[in-house]
Design a protein around this ligand. Structure first.
Ligand code: ADP
Ligand code: MG
Length: 264
């Protein structure tokens, strides 16, 4: 059985902080998965390991396979995985125009170079993506002058230029208003229906689209629980994960977290 990720006994540092110590996780190809955990549990660090912005500290039993391989040309890897993170949004060049944000996905850069040449196909792909994402009118606007939601859509378009097999999103709706959240849900659901695998890293239940089947709980740099979505998103388990009383409600496949007890 092919895995998109097969990670075993990984350790990783952020600065001097040991974030992962013996981290294990396997996700099958095509398995739409949410990784849920409180702030500081290591979710973003995991994304950075996958995108190779950060490297693990190896021990003898360590294994870090992506699509069954341990060696990757970073460019090639980025063609197969579309990644959108909050860090990328912060680091992205404020001057870059919308159209160039999308095109920068072809070189995985944070803007295009002054004389960078794109093929007619690449230019068309950028226009088609902006149309699909409803952002064509913003093609000429600098990234720094877009709303958070608009920036997020451009970065999603950037991640999609190569038609990746899987999309990895880190807290995709943080800072978005309700219409933008619903739009995000519509867009990712469409992509999933078209066969794109979604790996979602979050602490928000409302970002989890109904098509997600598996939920992995992370805390303190470890996977602490893992299973089918309906089993995992039970009030008792979610309360234990976050360390407070939470009532989880489900409606039509969508989830929300409510305070588990009234504090007056
Ligand atoms: N640049 C950094 N230097 C030192 N420690 C960091 C750095 N970035 C994150 N950390 C620490 O790593 C841990 C995991 O962080 P992170 O992966 O961002 O968690 P999450 O995304 O789940 O909120 C936290 O304890 C955090 O304080
Ligand atoms: Mg994070």
């Amino acid at each position: 059985m092919e895995h998109i990720f097969d990670f075993h006994n990984l350790s990783a540092y952020r600065g001097r902080t040991r974030v992962f110590d013996g981290f294990d996780l396997t996700i099958r190809k095509g398995e739409n998965t949410a990784i849920l955990g409180p702030n500081g549990s290591g979710k973003t660090t995991l994304m950075k390991l996958i995108s190779r912005e950060l490297y693990p500290v190896w021990s003898e039993e360590s294994r870090m396979l992506v699509y069954g391989r341990d060696r990757w040309n970073v460019e090639e890897l980025r063609h197969r995985l579309g990644i959108v993170s909050g860090d990328l949004q912060q680091e992205y060049s404020a001057q870059a125009r919308g159209n160039d944000v999308i095109l920068s996905g072809f070189s995985s850069s944070i803007d295009v170079w002054p004389h960078q040449v794109f093929s007619a196909e690449e230019l068309e792909r950028a226009v088609a993506l902006m149309r699909e994402l409803g952002i064509e009118e913003l093609a000429g606007r600098p990234f720094g002058k877009m709303s958070t939601g608009q920036q997020r859509r451009f970065l999603l378009g950037r991640a999609l230029v190569h038609r990746p097999e899987a999309l990895l999103l880190d807290e995709p709706t943080s800072g978005l208003d309700l219409p933008a959240i619903f739009r995000y849900l519509d867009t990712v659901r469409g992509l999933m229906r078209a066969g794109t695998q979604l790996i979602l890293v979050t602490h928000h239940l409302h970002e989890i689209p109904p098509e997600i089947t598996r939920v992995v709980f992370m805390r303190g740099g470890r996977v602490v629980a893992d299973g089918g979505k309906q089993t995992m998103l039970a009030s008792a388990l979610v309360s234990e994960l976050f360390g407070c009383k939470i009532e989880v409600v489900e409606r039509n496949g969508f989830y929300q977290a409510l305070p588990g007890e009234q504090v007056l």
